[in-house]
Structures are given as structure tokens and as C-alpha cells.
Ligand binder design. Structure first.
Ligand SMILES: *Cc1c(COP(=O)(O)O)cnc(C)c1O
Length: 554
């Protein structure tokens, strides 16, 4: 039903008459005094402190009950005052939020932040710069470039001359600051695709003519991206968005240590070449999301070079190992990659929403450069012309501050500690009859499972049957759900393929991530003991009776 112009107008006047809107009150929201802001800041500070001091992982409220609290879809006509709103927020949202900084929340890649980040977040909002262009982010554009160059140098370690030449050169891009690892990986694949199918002779490039024309021009039957089966699902998104399709994302099997099988990788490359597919990129993972495993990067780089293909290293998780003298060797080869993804909001301890893509060759981002007449002028320092995102906050503030206030020594300590605690946890798991370690940790993730009492003897003798395995799987799934629901501690779960009985069987495993600087050995023991306590409440016969579930796993 459409309203006539007249009806519209009368509705408008009606609204105007019935709405006793306090304009002054509204304007005060924009011109607030220092005292008002201080008062608001105080309520927020109290709320944050209480939240941060909590020790448990979460409350035990059921998700259905929680969802019911958020079912009203009407926008309030009259404004709510700040204090009442904060009270609402506190009772309904903050109370049931996840204490990601809790030392016993060790199941995901999100953990405690340094306190200065919270103050900087306020500043970021206060200055409200838009990093998309120089006209809305003046000094910030150069400051962001500097922070990215610092990280680039830590990865690639080129000469002083190189950095002097490129750090503030509008033609060069050492890195792109984005909202996360997903966008960084998509950007990397975007650059690689456009470079692989670039303009040549009378062909204007994939960017202008599209994928079909590009493949036709170069005589390819299709395009592919190759990496291990443990590639993050952001590559599925990239393959989809770039027109390669998920079938073009070739997932190579991993060995029992979660690293790509090089033989299979070589086969996959050869097969693509035989089938006349354009290989856009070969991916190496430095710290898989699932188990922290690191691919043999030097070999992967060599294979990519040999095939003349872009080599991308997804170091979203493991990238910060570059700060550690003791562990850097584990990601050796990263410095040879054409592009590298690192997440700031993981092991650089920056707030959520910071991903980075680094480019070995500073001209590479030209492959995705865009111009617009009202902004993004050619030759300008507008950061938005070589980034997937448009308007973007001053997140560089956190990165630059982290690098300065924590420093490379500080990051080295944090990385070394995380890996040390991981070794502690792995050793505990090995020593306790209740648990089985499923792989030696490469970095700081531990993948393990709980073995129910009646099956321990067979487990110790390596005599578990396939049905036993499925039962253990089922048991661990239930255990993880119950632990999450109880909320005292938290461990996540993943599905791992293990080779037994001459075939691969998928099993559900527990997954710990040791990155929170506040987590102590004591906390690790507490988490494991919590699992033992919860496991005692699970009845094996109930699980057995639930035969449907068991078969579902297969
Ligand atoms: C976390 C992660 C990503 C995705 O990063 P987001 O910041 O969640 O978008 C990609 N790759 C790996 C290896 C990761 O661990």
C-alpha cells in the first residue's frame, strides 16, 4: 500500500504534533560537558571493572531464555536516559557476556587485553577519524603506515633503505589494516587473482573484464587456490567472492601432526597444471585455527616459486612468533611469502577488529587499486584506495600503541609464556590417566580428549575399537557442552581426523588455547579438574543407549 502525497503530509504533521520531543535534551547529547562525560565514564568504568574481575567464564543461563529477552523490535520513541540504559545493559547483556579475559577461559583465541587499550578506545571514538582518506584522517594516515611498516620489518627485515623508500611513499603499500584475518585473507587472494590475470596486450585485466574473459584470454579452464584441509574458512569466502567457487579451493590432506602433506601438495599443483587451471595462490598456515599446527612454510614457498604462483602465509594466529628468538624458527619461511596475514586481535593483544595483510612487494596492492572522483584521488595518500573496506576507524591507534607500549621484548615474553604454559598443559594431560593428548602442540593450542574410566585400560594398551572411539567422541562432546553451560571454566571443541584401523575416523576433541597472560598453571589444573568433575556426571550407559548419536558421528 502506498500513501498519497497528501496522506504523507498529514501523517507528518500528525507526528510532529504528538511528538513532544525535547530538542534541548537531544542537543545536549552532542555538546555534553566534561562533567557529564566524567559521570558517564564513571558508570562505565565501574561496570567494566566488575566485569573484568569476574573469574568464571560465563553465567549458566540457557540460550533460549536469553534470546527471549531480546524479542522486542520496536525502537523507543522517547529517549532513555544514560543511567537507566546502562542499568539495562548491565543486567541483560554484560551480566551474560563471556569473560574472555578470565584466566580460566582458555578455549578460544580471544583473551585479556592490556588496560591502556580501553582508554585508547575512548580516544579513538573521541577523535572519530575515518581512515578511508586523508581528508578525514590526516596524521593518522601516516601513523597507520608507520605502524604497518614496523610489523612488515619484523616479518621481512629488509634494509633501512627499503623502508626509507617505501614507508611514506604514496605509490607503495607495505601493509593493509583491515577488520580481521578474514578480510586480510580475502584481500590477499584478491591481489593474487588480479596479479595472476593482469592486463596484457589488448586484454585489460580481470579487474576490468571479469573472470570469464580473463580465463579465456589466458587459455585457462578455471582457477584454483591450494592449501591444506585445515585452511580457515575465510578462504571458502574468498574463493566464493572471487568467482573461483568453492570447488576451486583445493584442500590438501594433512599429516598426523596437522601439517600439510607436501607430496599431496605437489600432486595437487601438478593436477591443476594438467587440467589447465590457473593457480591463484598456494597457502601455508602458520598456526591453524583448529590445532595451532604450522605448515612447512619453506617447502611451500619453494613449491609456489617453482610453479610461479603467489605464496600466501596465513599467520593470523601464529604470526607474532616472529617476536620470539626461541620460537621464530617454527615459522621460518614466512619472510619469503608474497603476502602474510596477521591478526592484531589475537596474539598482539589488540581489541577485536584488527587484521593486517603484509605485502613483500610494495607495488602488489596496485592490482586492487581503485579511484573515485570525490575521494581516492590518484597519487594521494588515501588509504581506502587499496583496501576492501571503505570507512574505517582509527584502529591503527591500538596497533601503534601496542608496538610502543609492549615493545618487541614484551611480545617476545608473551609468546614464550604462552608456549611454555602449553607445554605444561600437554605434560599434565600426558601424565593424567583421564586424558589423551591427540597431537604434540606446535604453538599454543592443545587438542586432547577425555577417556571415560571403563575405556582407560584399552586406551593405555592402544586397544580401543572403532565403537569405543565413537563413544569417546560422544562423551567429549557432551562434556564440552556441559562445561560451557556450567560456565566456571571454558574449553572449546573441534573435530579431528585420526588414522586408526587403517582408515581415517573423525573424532570430537577438546581444544585449549593458551594465550591469556593471566592464566597460571593453577588455572590450567583447575580447568582440567573441572572437566574431571563434570565427566563424573556423565553416564556412559546413557550415551550407549543413545545409539543414534553414535552413528551420526560416522
Ligand atoms: C582467526 C583466524 C582467521 C580469521 O580471522 P578473523 O579475525 O576471525 O577474521 C584466519 N586464519 C587463521 C589461521 C585464524 O586463526
Amino acid at each position: 500500500m502506498t500513501l498519497s502525497q497528501q496522506e504523507l503530509q498529514s501523517n507528518y504533521f500528525l507526528e510532529k504534533q504528538t511528538l513532544h520531543y525535547d530538542v534541548e535534551q537531544l542537543m545536549r547529547l552532542f555538546t555534553s560537558s566534561q562533567s557529564t562525560e566524567e559521570k558517564m565514564g564513571e558508570s562505565i568504568a565501574n561496570l567494566s571493572q566488575d566485569f573484568l574481575n569476574a573469574n568464571n567464564a560465563s553465567t549458566d543461563i540457557e540460550l533460549d531464555a536469553l534470546a527471549e529477552q531480546f524479542c522486542d523490535s520496536r525502537i523507543p520513541v522517547d529517549p532513555t536516559d544514560f543511567e537507566s540504559y546502562i542499568e539495562y545493559l548491565s543486567n541483560n547483556v554484560i551480566a551474560h557476556s563471556i569473560h574472555t579475559s578470565s584466566p580460566r577461559f582458555i578455549g578460544h583465541m580471544t583473551s585479556a587485553l592490556p588496560c591502556f587499550m580501553r582508554s585508547l578506545a575512548k580516544l579513538m571514538t573521541a577523535i572519530n577519524q575515518n581512515a578511508v582518506k586523508i581528508e578525514t584522517a590526516k596524521a593518522l594516515s601516516f601513523y597507520e603506515r608507520q605502524a604497518l611498516a614496523m610489523m612488515h620489518r619484523q616479518i621481512y627485515n629488509f634494509s633501512d633503505r627499503f623502508y626509507a623508500q617505501h614507508i611514506q611513499n604514496s605509490q607503495s603499500t607495505l601493509g593493509v589494516l583491515v577488520s580481521g584475518g578474514t578480510t586480510a585473507n580475502i584481500t590477499a587472494m584478491w591481489c593474487a587473482r588480479n596479479a595472476a590475470l593482469a592486463a596484457k596486450d589488448d586484454f585489460l585485466g580481470v579487474e576490468k573484464e571479469g573472470l570469464i574473459a580473463a580465463l579465456n584470454f589466458y587459455g585457462y579452464k578455471g582457477a584454483a587456490i591450494i592449501g591444506s584441509e585445515l585452511m580457515h574458512f575465510s578462504f571458502d569466502k574468498a574463493a566464493d567472492l572471487l568467482g573461483i567457487g568453492n570447488r576451486g579451493l583445493i584442500k590438501v590432506p594433512v599429516d598426523s601432526n596437522n601439517r600439510i602433506n607436501l607430496r599431496s601438495l605437489l600432486d595437487a599443483v601438478a593436477k591443476c597444471q594438467e587440467q589447465n587451471l590457473c593457480i591463484i595462490a598456494i597457502i601455508g598456515i602458520a598456526g591453524t585455527t583448529d590445532s595451532g599446527g604450522v605448515d612447512p612454510l619453506l617447502d611451500i614457498v619453494a613449491i609456489a616459486r617453482e610453479a610461479n604462483v603467489h605464496c600466501h602465509v596465513d599467520a593470523a594466529w601464529g604470526g607474532p612468533l616472529i617476536f620470539s628468538k626461541q620460537h621464530r624458527h617454527k615459522i621460518a619461511g614466512i619472510e619469503k611469502a608474497d603476502s602474510v596475514t596477521i591478526d592484531g586481535h589475537k596474539q598482539l593483544y589488540l581489541p577485536m577488529g584488527i587484521g593486517m595483510l603484509f605485502l613483500r612487494e610494495p607495488q602488489m596492492a596496485k592490482a586492487i587499486e581503485k579511484q573515485a572522483s570525490y575521494t581516492m584521488r590518484k597519487g594521494s595518500f588515501d588509504l581506502g584506495k587499496r583496501s576492501l573496506e571503505g570507512s574505517r576507524p582509527a584502529m591503527a591507534l591500538f596497533l601503534h600503541a601496542g608496538l610502543n607500549l609492549i615493545g618487541s621484548k614484551g611480545y617476545e615474553f608473551l609468546i614464550d609464556e604462552g608456549i611454555r604454559k602449553t607445554q605444561y598443559m600437554a605434560a599434565r594431560i600426558r601424565a593424567m590417566p583421564e586424558f589423551e593428548l591427540l597431537a604434540e602442540p606446535d604453538t599454543n593450542l592443545v587438542v586432547y580428549c577425555y577417556i571415560p574410566e571403563p575405556l582407560r585400560e584399552s586406551a593405555a594398551k592402544q586397544k580401543l575399537t572403532e565403537t569405543d572411539r565413537l563413544l569417546i567422541s560422544q562423551f567429549n562432546q557432551r562434556l564440552q557442552k556441559m562445561q560451557r553451560q556450567a560456565g566456571r571454566t571454558f574449553i572449546s571443541r573441534t573435530t579431528k581426523k585420526i588414522v586408526r584401523f587403517g582408515k581415517e575416523i573423525p573424532i570430537i576433541a577438546l581444544r585449549a588455547v593458551l594465550a591469556n597472560p593471566l592464566t597460571t598453571e593453577n588455572d590450567i589444573d583447575a580447568v582440567l579438574n573441572d572437566q574431571i568433575q563434570i565427566a563424573a556426571e556423565i553416564s556412559l550407559s546413557d550415551l550407549l543407549a543413545d545409539a543414534d548419536n553414535v552413528t551420526q558421528l560416522q
